[in-house]
Write a protein that binds this ligand. Sequence first.
Ligand code: ADE
Length: 244
Amino acid sequence: MNFHIMTLFPDMVMDGLNTSITGRAIAKGLLSIEAVNIRDFAVNKHNRVDDYTYGGGAGMLMQAEPVYLAYKSIEERCRVRPRVIYLSPQGKTFSQSMAEEFAKEEELVFLCGHYEGIDERVLEEIVTDYVSIGDYVLTGGELPAMVMVDAVSRLIPGVLHNNVSAEFETFQDNLLEYPQYTRPEEWRGKKVPPVLLSGHHVNIEKWRREQSVLRTAKARPDLLEKAELTEKEKKILANCDELC
Ligand code: ADE
């Protein structure tokens, strides 16, 4: 997978993504991440890429041409026309299933806006997907792009040490992850649930599933509506109003 991030702040993006798990995946050649500086494609001698909005109003807009040229410089290096994701609070809310869909692509381009946004005409020309990371407004698209690159990267085979951990985790089957514990067995008077020390794998799996269902019911009942529950689990939930 090759990620291309169009931005006015390339260092911000690369500093964040060159570390930890994504950094290791780059070193292993499992993915590549490049930040393309839109300012390198400025079309005036002052290297400006923003201007006033027609019709008036506060703030500046990013101009169409530098964004277009930056995109073209990426496109000509791709085998297929890449999907171009514009990070915007007006987009569709990012989710795990969207991350799974994007993880199938060979190339992904992220367009990070700044100031009051970007001239609409270039968005119409190049953007294929409008994505928001939540209902709040940030100063630019860099952090959302980093969030998406992180979420998509960890789904690429080989990126996580243990592929099982990408398979069985929060949001799989629309359930939250069960609680987990490591040594010591007792910490400040709090004990690890005995079933986890029993070595009985069937019971451990049963306990984990039950904990996932209870946790989801308590913290994210909206997810539970989409989860596939057994009749027994539905009954437990119906009878545990005071527990949940
Ligand atoms: N740019 C500014 N705020 C944003 C958000 N919430 N999601 C994606 N891009 C953004």
